[in-house]
Design a protein around this ligand. Sequence first.
Ligand SMILES: [Mg+2]
Length: 259
Amino acid sequence: MDPKTRPIYQSTGRYDVIVSDIDGCLCDEHGGPFDLARLGLIREHNEHAIRSGNAPVLTVCSGRPVGFAEAMTRLVGNTLLPAIGEMGVYLHDPKTAQSELDPAITPEELESVAGLERHYIESLRQRGVSMQPGKSASVTLWHADTDFLRSQIWPDVERVCAEHCWPFRVSMSWYYINCDLAHISKGTGIDRFKAKTGIPAERLAGIGDTSSDLAIREKVAFFACPANAIDEIKAVADYVAKAPEAEGVVEILGVLAGM
Ligand SMILES: [Mg+2]
């Protein structure tokens, strides 16, 4: 963006944007029902912010497929600012309803993704592993037995990626093996967000609960977490909410409103 171009949103408060993780922050980690009462309050906050320009607008930054990030963006009433989906792979623009793949992702890297998906179909599927659908430049694997996933499947995935020189960063969250392209993260997604919106780091706040959200922490001026966040995240947060998940996010909005 041309530095002379005004940011697409400027609030009169301390921050323009809150970049929030989804799972464990706006909804629970286990696929339970949405806390519509709290999400409704977040939506009211966003509608008020966009109308009045005196509060930060909350957008999402998630490892979930971009379709899920789009749905959450619409649910919380963010009609203005891009959302980050699939761990930085996509930027979704609610103004045009279009999702853009990071142009830094090459055709060769997408062939690596197809290769790993083929390994899943040919081998891992038979071992009871499931692959999260709806992703286009990353692979996420799950098994009912988390210990088996960690001790057997994780090394297998590491080995097959090394054998083929597939450029993945393989990591494990609570219940999933995440295979993300090594140069793509929530951090690169936020960099694209900043370039597209013209909103600088010092005007960004962030919310997260697990280790992939450390990339959010590094890119924002103020970082908060709900009460259910892991200790590693609480240790680097400027504010730790007393309440968990969406109730905690509402609490954080109240703290930011006072800034
Ligand atoms: Mg999370």
